[in-house]
Design a binder for this molecule. Sequence first.
Ligand code: SF4
Length: 474
Amino acid sequence: MNTTVQAARFKPYTRQTITQSPYWSRLTPALQEAVQVVSRVLPFRTNDYVMNELINWDNIPDDPIYRLVFPHADMLSPQEYASLRDLVLVQQDEAAIEREVHQIRLRMNPHPAGQMTHNVPTMNGVPVRGLQHKYKQTVLFFPSAGQTCHAYCTFCFRWPQFVGMDDLKFDAKESRELVRYLMLHPEVTDVLITGGDPLIMTTRALAGYIEPLLVPELSHIQNIRIGTKSVSYWPQRFVTDRDADDLLTLFSKVVAAGKNMAIMGHYNHPAELRPAIAQQAVRRIVGSGATLRMQAPLIRHINEDPNGWAELWTTGVRLGAIPYYMFVERDTGPSSYFQLPLARAYETFQAAYQQVSGLSRTVRGPSMSAFPGKVVIDGIVTLAGEKVFALQFLQARNPDWVRRPFYAKFDPEATWLDDLVPAFGEKHFFFETPERAEPRPQDIVHILARHDRDVEADLSAEEEAYEESSISGM
Ligand code: SF4
């Protein structure tokens, strides 16, 4: 363990406990009210480190990290906010609040891009819980103990799983089914362990999922990826947590087994990489033999400034990380609050890209993780007298679509692939089939009826164990 840095205690705050934070009094009454009302609909969780080190309290509510983790009134429509505010603060009618909240959540497209209906694989005709297999080479694995985070992002597209819409979770209690599935699928080269945040788990729990992937029978698995925001929200995970050294040893073990241990670090803003401990976390991850990639969506109010992206990528590269993706914000949750037009996203990406050296130009974007695949905006050009978006698939449900250019009419208001229409008088995009239709919120209501309380109990136990270990730490 690194003994030069003092161990910090992980202390989360939620709607129920945020009023006990020393920072609560820094919020105006209107901001406090917004937290209490909107956090009924959208998940809210932050922690001491985020509040102490990342938020500039002299700049709230405009501070980007404050916007990143605290709910705001504008995330609901004015009518929704007024109605819910009345129920929460005046009538205090829990049953009516629950009904209203449920309706608002359904309106927010809780299940974008066909994840529930099209990405869950089957074995012998039975869906494999905790897995998604959208692209040929990559399987996503959702361990049940990793389905929460050190703090929640207000824009997160996985918000439904944090608010108790349990059956929208893709969680697995153990890796046996994953291993069986992978043995049947030699075309899979990558396993992405994701959440929530898998690094909310203790190293011991994480090893229970990773070590079974190192057996010779799974030699076709070349890359084990972990998607995590802990690099930003709790870098102590790699530096001073009681099992931080064990975590790095686990990474080294994967590398020694001949595989790439790839940490997919979620960084939204350069402020997240400024603290010394965040930089130390990067150095320690890279020092273990793992690779660290940087990715995040472009979000209005949070990271619209191209200079911020340039700072983030260049700082990351200096420390040994690899810029990977700038995503377009997904069409779910409070997306109208966070979305930027695609044209603006392209301009932001281009302006940031122009500022950085070739080592940072590993980054790709702006990219939409849409129903048919990952679509990147390559440019805005005029062809045959028509102004168009030039697009291509970086990944696709059908591998034949990848890197095939296509064009959409320029639309300055468009914020997502669904808003676009083909250019040059074409009736359809080449990839469009009846299957393309995405499930609408009302189509998945039946899914909400099924619950699995056991998983929730396991999750709470794991989370408590982690928080306990961090507290008793060192
Ligand atoms: S850390 Fe990742 S999974 Fe967790 S809330 Fe943020 S974006 Fe969502």
